[in-house]
Design a protein around this ligand. Sequence first.
Ligand code: PGA
Length: 280
Amino acid sequence: MKTIIGNWKMNGSFEEVDSWISRFIRGFDQNYKQLSKCEIAICPPNIMLDYIDGEIINDSLKRLDQEILQKGQKIDDLSADEINDFLIEKRILKLGAQDCHHEESGAYTGDISAKMIKEVGCDYVILGHCERRRNHNESDTVIAKKIKSALENQIIPVICLGESKAVREKKDHLNFLKNQLIKTVPTGAKFSKMIIAYEPIWSIGTGIIPKAKEIAEVANLIKSVCKENFPESVGNLQVLYGGSVSTKNAANILAIPDISGLLVGKASLNPEDFIEICLS
Ligand code: PGA
């Protein structure tokens, strides 16, 4: 199953959120057959998570009502467990945070923990994004601690890796990415699902994407490094590509061997484009 994750970064307002959700639901329903086979998540700013979670739960409840009506049943005919299972199974959009702190609580002004984002309805958290590494001086060691905390709180970390333009030009990217991966994934960690997003820094927000064979080379490297170093996790490994993904290039990227999803920045802000990318 392919996984498409939208990273809204520091964008969006509550007014835009309402419009985004209703347009996303409309687009999803128009393409229900294909999209219900796809794992779709968005990572909006933290402040919007709770609100969006509520809207998506309302959508699932409406779907439950419709299904019950079609079957000629009443809601009272269902047990609490059956209702819960339905809400999980039929949920059309998952949520993720763009970061979390590695401690569960404490004197960390402005931070938010994995436990908190779990409480607010997140299944995912993006960790190690190059904008966090650059703007918040996040090291591989700190990112490894965050991944550990996410896993302890049953959140799937979307682990980002990527080389700079200078590293790529020196043709040192495979070495660089291998090191980044080994240093970032915490030793002995148990993943229910391991998601690694290859996001070359020079591609993010630039409209420039690597050639298909360059992405394939890195996806292959990630798979073999994981197989060698984290054999207990590799069965559930998914490699995503991120960096200037658009409606125009999504299908070609998804056709690359070993790529099973996308991390979409700017293009995820427009629900119609995001749906089109999910359909690619
Ligand atoms: P972009 O961002 O799609 O806007 O290039 C991707 C990302 O930073 O995750």
